[in-house]
Design a protein around this ligand. Structure first.
Ligand code: URA
Length: 232
């Protein structure tokens, strides 16, 4: 028998469950082999290959101090050929534990928000400004963001989304290179390196303050409209 304490075993089961639920959400009841399934286009296959190769190239990254405290680098997940790219701030404890973005409470809320505008997690790709968890969930520091942004930029070049949704001020300020308030960035179409970008509240902010929900609903409906205009 394992020497793991019962709490650790419980945690392991909980994370396996989150992971399997996420795979189910992404791929449906049977997991297709991404590289051989006939429903997957050659373009998607190539993007998946490039993302895998890119992920492997910096899986042991120690370019900033977050490398020393992380458990898992959280590269990003979802459809490599997604036309909608969702970008958050950085991994929290659950993401650090599993290696997947937005799998904790904020992630469950994000999944529900996407569902409300007819997206599954299989339709979109999800990544973060920084790929390693800042200790105590503090905001990523400028040097950490500066080291990690080239990774995200390359990821975006591979995926080539039609539109980006930035979640929260950290993601929006970083991608738009400004210090504007979240409120002032909402309801507009910005661009990131030529790709249209829309801003809304971070789901963790919604968990703390449900008063942001009506504005978020307005933002994601605006996002859906723009997506439908761009992706036909
Ligand atoms: N918050 C984020 O910004 N990203 C995650 O992946 C999880 C929580």
């Amino acid at each position: 028998m394992s020497d793991l304490p019962i709490e650790e075993i419980r945690k392991l089961f909980a994370f396996t469950r989150v992971y399997l639920d996420q795979q189910h959400e992404l791929f449906g009841p049977s997991l297709p082999d991404l590289m051989t399934s006939p429903e997957i286009s050659a373009e998607a296959r190539e993007k998946a290959r490039l993302l895998d190769e890119f992920q492997a190239s910096f899986s042991a990254c120690q370019n900033c101090k977050l490398g020393k405290t992380r458990k898992n680098l959280v590269f990003g997940s979802g459809n490599p050929n997604a036309k909608l790219l969702v970008i958050g701030e950085g991994p929290g404890a659950d993401e650090d534990e599993t290696g997947y973005p937005f799998v904790g409470r904020a992630g469950q809320l994000l999944t529900a928000i996407l569902k409300a505008i007819q997206f599954t997690r299989q339709d979109v790709y999800i990544a973060n400004i920084v790929k390693c968890r800042p200790p105590q969930n503090r905001k990523p520091e400028p040097d950490e963001v500066a080291e990690c942004m080239p990774y995200l930029k390359n990821q975006i070049r591979i995926i080539r989304p039609a539109i980006i949704l930035a979640l929260g001020a950290t993601a929006a300020n970083t991608l738009l290179n400004n210090t504007d308030s979240l409120g002032s960035m909402r309801g507009k179409i910005h661009t990131f390196e030529g790709t249209p970008l829309i801003v809304t509240y971070h789901p963790a902010a919604l968990l703390r303050n449900p008063n942001y929900k009506p504005d978020t609903w307005q933002d994601v409906q605006f996002l859906r409209k723009q997506y439908d205009l761009l992706v036909r």
